[in-house]
Write a protein that binds this ligand. Structure first.
Ligand code: MTE
Ligand code: HPA
Ligand code: MOS
Length: 766
């Protein structure tokens, strides 16, 4: 599969991920691979066994006596603020009087080894008087339990528009949670430095939040907390904010004990204690005119936020931004509620609420088409937004490739042939049925919180011509370090292997935004360009003087100084020596802030995104109608990468995102029982796609497109958008079920697990 896909990439454009060799040989360093400092202690969290209740008694005296236990910490040991909330200060590090979810920390046991800390947990006694547990967002809404004020985006006049529509349909759509299942679990390792300062090694996408949380917990300035990240074994949004808890735990112990402390959960602890993708339950109403144009769309989204706000209010907002996906609709009214339930606080996950919103309008369109007896595909195509369309949030679409991606996919992959193949197959087979669906996407690039769209880079050129590059970007497998190296090499006109991309560290690059929103390469890459340009200006001045070049054009390429585009004999290393001898500054900082974006939260209008990413996927599946099991024959995509600076990495992002999206829509099922206990709490009860469940054919075509000025070197952001192609898997499966049983009752409720497929096939009975 990989070989077939990569054939499409011209040899000359292949730049291997700089981490590839380290990853396959096991030499890449993750948090738990750091050499252990002498005297290191290990911390384990004692967490709430109930999802809601009043803590009557908490007794750790026996545990504290155990061999190897150094100390047990509770909320009273916090010198500063008992809070780890990011957007709102609504989440304690340790619960005190009340517990609000199962897995919520109550105590921290610190011992000489991980085993001894873990053994001591069993000796802790807790009595909790149970309180009512709410796990359903609509029930929470009914009780008035909201995490943040509800939000509305609107344009036009939906009420009047619906009154004039030829066809109106309404329904409900639901999407489930999703476990991040990064290969590397959460974790932090904190080393006390001189005075009261701390160095925090953290598996985090968001260094600033970790730094700030630890500092405020300990009543220190942020300058006393250094955070360092080499790389993550995956984050997928799960480590955007929630990494702070583990750092706070280890930080608290290291602060009091003045010894290094490591706090890392096992997989099952990680799954139990951390939040997941927000499940949503939504109501929609869609109105079409006689010509089947969507005139009005209305939706109410109930987001399951869990017990604290975490990032849910921001995720809620992105749901609204993507509520109409790729479709042009004149009258729109979208309302979203962030509902407080007794589950671990849910959090960012690839797509950040966008996928949840897009699923709802896809369900509405599918329902309308089926009720009208027309093809969903026709209805989707007819309503793709045009250039110049105004989103409900006021941004005007520029550089729209929605229809282009769709039409190119239909042409290149011969949609009419695919459709007739599916029909022929279904006519000839009784026990196997195929389904086909198209999924167009449109995803806005920029943090929806305008302030966060800034980044910095620090560049040092050493005396020998080698280069140290620091940015705020966190490498989590998405290949951003390779891209940063490429950007610097291009800017300076030197070989990539001269450039070392350093760990991400708050003392070198401060106030970082999290590596998230797919914008890491854009924001940090542009900061790198700015830093490089500054040093280059100084270096070319030295070269100009040295070569007596007058006012000719001086540039550096292939490690040589060029005059008016012609290579001289002055090479990079010699130039650096010359500059140093003349006491020229060989270091620079770059600061980038995305221009022109703005958004007014109060009015819900503005221009929040630097640009949008487009694409269309065609999904074909086969359902075994005896067993309810299924396979994906093919997912064929035309995707707008712009001018990709690294097609190999970008293709990998596209494939990975797509498969992760299929997992969310099909086999991945996060299950809590009514007591708020996570039942899908291990790899035996939570299944993510493996090599056997990826589509048999995965064909991703790069749209010939100009990219955007807002993207680094016109290479568009790629981290999240492809996940949303996975939504096509749900609709393809649903269509296959309907091909078997045209009266099947299959609610628009994801994931479409084999159990749900089976129920659909025989309900009502055929
Ligand atoms: N790819 C890998 N291998 N590992 C990850 O954790 N995270 C995704 C995406 N691709 C992720 C990944 C998410 S949620 C985002 S927002 C982007 O990468 C972040 O990186 P970028 O901004 O550099 O695209
Ligand atoms: N995307 C991802 N992460 C974020 C965002 C966003 O728009 N805003 C805040 N964190
Ligand atoms: Mo990604 S959900 O923005 O970390």
């Amino acid at each position: 599969m990989i070989a077939a896909a990569t054939k499409a990439i011209p040899e000359a454009t292949v730049v291997p991920n700089q981490d590839a060799a380290g990853h396959v040989t096991g030499r890449s360093l993750y948090l738990d691979d750091l050499p252990t400092f002498e005297g290191t202690l290990h911390a384990k969290i004692f967490d709430s066994p109930l999802a809601h209740g009043t803590v009557r008694r908490l007794d750790w005296s026996r545990a504290a006596q155990r061999e190897g236990v150094v100390r047990i910490f509770s909320a009273t040991d916090i010198p500063g603020h008992n809070n780890i909330g990011g957007i709102f200060p609504d989440e304690p590090l340790f619960a005190t009087d009340t517990v609000t979810f199962m897995g919520q920390p109550l105590l921290l046991v610190v011992a000489e080894s991980e085993e001894l800390a873990e053994a001591a947990l069993a000796d802790i006694e807790v009595d909790i008087d149970p309180l009512p547990v709410v796990t359903d967002p609509r029930e929470a809404f009914g009780l008035g339990q909201l995490l943040s004020p509800s939000r509305t985006f609107q344009k036009g006049d939906v009420a009047a528009a619906f009154a004039n529509c030829a066809h109106v349909f309404s329904g409900r759509a639901e999407t489930g949670g999703q476990e991040h299942l990064y290969l590397e679990t959460h974790g932090a390792y904190v080393q006390p430095l001189e005075g009261s300062s701390l160095r925090v090694y953290s598996s985090t996408q968001g260094l600033r939040h970790v730094q700030e949380t630890v500092a405020h917990l300990l009543n220190m300035g942020m300058h006393q907390v250094e955070v360092d990240v080499t790389r993550l074994g995956g984050g997928f949004g799960g480590k955007e904010d929630q990494a702070a808890m583990w750092a706070a735990m280890a930080g608290l112990a290291a602060y009091h004990l003045r010894r290094p402390v490591k706090c890392m959960p096992h997989r099952m602890e990680d799954m139990r204690m951390s939040g997941k993708r927000n499940p949503y339950s939504s109501d929609y109403r869609i109105g079409l005119d006689a010509d089947h144009k969507i005139v009005a769309f209305e939706a109410t989204y109930f987001q399951n936020g869990g017990a604290a706000a975490d990032l849910s209010p921001a995720i809620l907002e992105r749901t609204l931004f993507h509520g109409t996906n790729t479709y042009g609709v004149a009258h729109v009214h979208l309302t979203a509620h962030s509902c407080k339930t007794n589950l671990p606080p849910n959090t960012a996950f690839r797509g950040f609420g966008g996928p949840q919103g897009m699923f709802v309008i896809e369900a509405a369109i599918d329902q309308a088409a089926k009720a009208l007896g027309i093809s969903t595909i026709e209805l989707q195509r007819k309503n793709l937004m045009p250039e110049g369309y105004e989103f409900s949030y006021g941004q005007i679409v520029r550089g729209c490739h929605a229809a282009e991606c769709w039409d190119e996919a239909a042409r290149r992959f011969d949609l009419p042939r695919l459709q007739s193949e599916v029909e022929t197959f279904n006519g000839a087979n009784k026990l196997f049925k195929k389904g086909l669906a198209l999924m167009p996407i449109c995803f806005g690039i920029s943090f929806t919180n305008t302030m966060m769209n800034q980044a910095r880079a620090l560049l040092h050129i050493y005396w020998d011509g080698s280069v140290s590059l620091s940015t705020g970007a966190v490498e989590m497998g998405q290949g951003v370090n390779t891209k940063m190296q490429q950007v610097a090499a291009r800017s300076l006109g030197i070989r990539r292997d001269r450039i070392r991309v350093e760990s991400t560290n708050t003392t070198r690059v401060a106030n970082t935004s999290p590596s998230a929103a797919s914008a890491t390469a854009d924001l940090n890459g542009k900061a790198v360009q700015i830093a490089c340009a500054e040093v280059l200006e100084r270096l070319t001045a030295v070269a100009r003087q040295h070569l007596a070049a007058g006012d000719a054009d001086i540039s550096i390429g292939n490690e040589l100084v060029h005059i008016d585009g012609i290579a001289t004999e002055l090479d990079w290393k010699t130039l650096v020596h010359l500059a140093f001898a003349q006491r020229v500054n060989l270091s620079a900082k770059g600061h980038y802030a995305t221009p022109e974006i703005h958004f007014n939260k109060a009015t819900g209008k503005g221009h929040p995104f630097a640009y949008h990413v487009y694409g269309t996927a065609i999904t074909v599946c086969t359902v075994d109608c005896l067993r309810g099991t299924y396979e994906f024959d093919a997912v064929q995509v035309v995707h707008d990468f712009g001018k990709s600076i690294n097609p190999l990495i970008d293709l990998g992002q596209c494939e990975g995102g797509l498969v992760q999206g299929i997992g969310w829509m099909t086999m991945e099922e996060v299950v809590y029982n009514e007591q708020g206990k996570l039942l899908s709490n291990a790899l035996s009860t939570y299944k993510i796609p493996d090599i056997y469940s990826v589509p048999k054919v995965l064909d991703i075509h790069f749209l010939d497109a100009p990219g955007s000025d807002g993207a680094i070197l016109r290479s568009k952001a790629v981290g999240e958008p492809p996940l949303m192609y996975g939504i096509g898997a749900f609709f393809a499966l649903r269509n296959a079920v309907l091909a078997f049983n045209k009266n099947a009752l299959v609610p628009y409720s994801a994931p479409m697990t084999p159990e749900k497929v089976l129920m659909g096939l025989y309900n009502p009975e055929v």
